[in-house]
Design a protein. Structure first.
Lengths: 181, 163
């Protein structure tokens, strides 16, 4: 009796779950078809495709180019990682603009970095999306030349390029000075 | 067929243990609320799913399109009390899967946008991943209770009624 009831419950759970999934697929796909901004059912999520602007330009910067931009001080480097990670070590020419809680760090960007400046964002790891999200937000804010150094921190340190340690406190004082001068 | 299978029209809801009712209402409301923003912003939700680096890339957009509707359907059915066994199973399964995905990413040090209630189109938030894990863990309590009551206790209740 007991097992019979349990079997019945499991059977119900199975067909009801199936029915809900089928219904969700049906509605979801139907609504997507009806939307003007509907998604492609299968999308290419490779960095090359993800990091192409609407105008068709690639936002990816090579390590060699990034090195040149940093050493020649041609670009502003923005470290999108949290402050603690930045303090443990960062690209020598980078300021810290953490993507998590970006609103609070907006004043490090807006009115400080000119709109036509070259900006390179980076974070750490193949899977890190902080630099991408920050770069896209900067473009939405009106910045023209924003690039992403994929897996930036790891590649930069592996190549033995110049790094610094310490938190944003001293760095920010520097920016403030630049601003008033 | 729903009435025969679930007993909804046999006023099964009147026999409900108040705690089961509360668990259903909480989970139903949470699931409906969670589905809204994702339904409105599928592209942003797809990005959130991508950020978890768990779902195979080929399935990301399909998941982003279907999962929010599944949440909405489960939420509505939980509120009205239809499909008891199916919703108890699915709500527990989904919360466990979400919990696992977050713990997995927390463990590998990937602090990402949760994408739980608001997609990243809503701007950034600074809450750490650990908070999301804790919050999801809280929702697991009513889910497990509901699961237990639906699959284990109900048999006892039914048996008591038969006697």
């Amino acid at each position: 009796m007991e097992t019979k009831r349990l079997r019945k419950n499991i059977w119900r759970a199975a067909w009801q779950s199936g029915a809900m999934v089928v219904l969700a697929m049906f509605i979801g796909l139907l609504v997507n078809e009806g939307r003007s901004d509907g998604l492609a059912l299968v999308a290419d999520w490779s960095p090359e495709v993800r990091l192409t602007t609407d105008a068709g330009d690639s936002m990816i910067v090579s390590l060699e180019e990034a090195e040149r931009l940093c050493l020649d001080k041609k670009a502003v480097f923005l470290d999108a990682r949290p402050p603690e990670e930045y303090a443990r070590g960062h690209i020598s020419c980078a300021k810290n603009v953490p993507w998590q809680g970006f609103e609070a760090y907006m004043d490090r960007v807006w009115g400080v970095i000119p709109e036509d400046a070259w900006i390179v964002t980076y974070c750490d790891g193949e899977a890190c999306s902080l630099s991408e999200d920050l770069a896209k937000e900067l473009i939405a804010m009106g910045y023209k030349q924003v690039k992403v150094l994929l897996n930036g921190w790891t590649r930069w340190t592996e190549a033995g390029l110049p790094v610094k340690k310490g938190d944003e406190g001293r760095q920010m004082a520097g920016i403030e000075k630049d601003r008033t001068s | 067929m729903a009435d025969v299978q679930t007993g909804f029209f046999r006023r099964q809801w009147q026999q409900d243990d108040p705690l089961v009712l509360i668990a259903r209402l909480i989970l139903g409301a949470v699931f409906i609320y969670a589905s809204m923003d994702k339904i409105a912003h599928p592209a942003a939700f797809a990005k959130d799913i991508y950020n978890y680096h768990i779902v195979p890339e080929i399935c990301i957009n399909l998941t982003a399109l279907v999962l929010p509707w599944l949440e909405l359907i489960i939420g509505i059915l939980l509120l009205i009390g239809l499909f008891r066994e199916g919703t108890a199973w699915m709500v527990t399964l989904l919360l466990v899967v979400f919990f696992g995905a977050m713990v997995f990413n927390l463990a590998r040090g990937l602090d990402i946008h949760c994408g739980c209630f608001h997609t990243s189109a809503q701007g950034t938030d600074s809450a750490p991943m650990a908070w999301y894990v804790f919050r999801d863990g809280l929702f697991l309590i009513p889910a497990f209770y509901l699961f237990y009551q639906t699959f284990m206790r109900k048999r006892e209740l039914a048996k008591a009624q038969e006697q």
